[in-house]
Design a protein around this ligand. Structure first.
Ligand code: ADP
Ligand code: GLC
Length: 477
């Protein structure tokens, strides 16, 4: 039995802004059959404390970065949670990361330093007799764990730290004069540890302090070491190349199951999609059409290539294709999409975050679009595969690793599961949409694609084994 403390700022179904939450929420159950006992340390945001009621106080802090705090052990949604109850840091309304003006909470460095500090404290002292063998941190919010382990331990007994990068775009950087407030060891404020261009950098602390680093696909692991994708961290990652691997994400096959999904009419074969598609058109106010109904569910940011979609869309519409989109994010993208919907009958846009609707969309679409400029893994193309909703994806990161392009060889071998395009430009995307329409117009080819997509394994089995193996490696030292 290996005990692992997972440390993250999000965990589905309690609190989620993106795929990080899904992965953190899925890992414990995926790893349990492999003899891994995982507990998840989470900030006590209102959304978390509302769903994870009660529990037992297992750690007390008289002053954790400016106020009293406790850690409560509680079981919720089938997860063994350790909730960091620190009202001065986490009990506030609105977004978990942003204030009312859409800017980062000014104390984000302290908020997530507190999370990392609590993780290190538990790793060394245990919580109610439970002491992890390995600490597994996710993204910059857990980046300082190795620094605090270093500060709190006698140097002999601290458990190894595994660091997973879900997105290198966010660094958790703050001014160098916050060393003391963040309880960091001043002499380690160097390029070998957490100093980055004169600033304190949480993700760099994680990258330099981890025994092993992984990211959420093999292609992204390679990309991360290049200036185009490394976002300034490429040098740090190159230096850690032998400790960096890619483990592709899976999805929860019970939550995303076309045969039991309560949001859609039950369908067992791709044929059943007709019903779900009709309902989706009605929900988005789209007329009947012979072309493919394309869907997209996403945060609306530049990462996701939404501007490319806006430019490429005329190609789809010219062939009778349609778009149903659900998303929220950057205001200019929201406005541009709503404008597009008001101009074209074949475009339906809903701005917001709606989990149930996302199921109806994935189920009802013919194709799911993921034109990301970079994508560490991506989950919606995996949902698409499982629901026979053919992915059209940029050739990058996890999108490159999880979709087999419908080129002539892959079609002849009956292996293709989607359409990929490269370079990631509006032109190339537009061409991919035309290819999609060609395929859609050939019933045999289309049926093959859907069949292959639905057969592709997208669960956690293989990747859970890879994580378990990673823990075994760091324990061997
Ligand atoms: P990222 O983590 O970069 O946002 P992923 O594809 O890994 O990208 O994960 C996004 C997750 O968030 C998926 O589960 C997706 O269905 C969900 N999601 C994104 N936007 C919305 C939305 N507006 N409504 C419902 N679910 C959404
Ligand atoms: C990040 C990435 C996304 C990935 C998710 C879960 O948010 O942007 O590609 O799927 O984390 O690992």
């Amino acid at each position: 039995m290996t005990r692992v403390l997972s440390v993250a700022s999000e965990c589905a179904p309690l609190v989620k802004t993106g795929g990080l939450a899904d992965v953190v929420g899925a890992l414990p159950a995926a790893l349990a059959p492999l003899g891994v006992e995982m507990r998840t340390l989470l900030p006590g945001y209102p959304a978390v404390t509302a769903k994870a009621k009660g529990g037992k106080v297992v750690v007390r802090f008289d002053d954790l970065f400016g106020g009293k705090a406790t850690v409560k052990a509680v079981t919720a949604a089938g997860l063994e949670l350790l909730v960091l109850d620190a009202p001065h840091l986490f009990d506030r309304p609105g977004s978990i990361y942003l204030n009312d003006e859409g800017l980062d909470w000014s104390d984000n460095p302290e908020r997530f330093a507190a999370l990392s500090y609590a993780a290190a404290f538990i790793a060394i002292n245990g919580a109610d007799g439970w002491k992890p063998d390995v600490v597994h941190g996710h993204d910059w919010q857990a980046g300082f764990v190795p620094e605090y382990l270093h500060g709190l331990s006698d140097g002999e007994s601290d458990p190894p730290f595994v660091f997973t990068i879900h997105n290198i775009a966010f660094h958790g950087t703050t001014s160098g004069d916050r060393l003391e407030t963040l309880k960091l060891d001043g002499w380690r404020f160097t390029a070998n540890h957490y100093e980055f261009w004169g600033q304190i950098c949480a993700i760099k602390a994680g990258l330099t302090g981890a025994a092993k680093i992984n990211t959420v696909s093999q292609t992204y692991a390679e990309e991360l070491m290049t200036p185009q994708f490394g976002m300034g961290m490429e040098g740090v990652l190159q230096a850690r190349k032998t400790d960096l691997t890619g483990i592709v994400n899976g999805i929860d096959l019970d939550v995303w199951n076309p045969e039991t999904d309560s949001e859609i009419a039950r369908y067992k074969t791709a044929k059943g999609k007709v019903k779900a598609k009709k309902a989706l058109r009605a929900e988005f106010g789209l007329p009947d059409s012979d072309g493919p109904l394309c869907v997209l569910v996403s945060r609306l940011t530049s990462q996701k290539g939404i501007d490319l979609l806006i430019d490429a869309l005329p190609n789809l519409l010219s062939r009778g294709g349609q778009l149903a989109l659900l998303g929220s994010g950057d205001t200019d993208l929201e406005v541009a999409l709503l404008e597009l919907a008001s101009k074209h009958d074949g475009v339906g846009v809903k701005i917001g975050y709606d989990e149930a609707l996302s199921h109806r969309i994935i189920a009802g679409g013919d194709a799911i679009l993921v034109p990301s400029r970079f994508e560490p893994c991506g989950l919606t193309q995996l949902y698409g595969l499982r629901y026979g909703t053919v992915p059209v994806v940029a050739l990058t990161g996890g999108l490159a690793d999880t979709v087999i392009n419908a080129n002539p060889a892959a079609m002849a071998m009956d292996a293709a599961t989607g359409v990929q395009f490269s370079p990631v430009t509006a032109d190339a995307f537009g061409n991919a949409l035309l290819r999609l329409c060609d395929l859609f117009e050939e019933p045999n080819a289309w049926a093959k694609l859907q069949r292959n997509a639905m057969k592709q394994p997208v669960g956690w089995e293989t990747s859970a084994a890879a994580y378990s193996d990673l823990y075994a490696q760091v324990l061997k030292g």
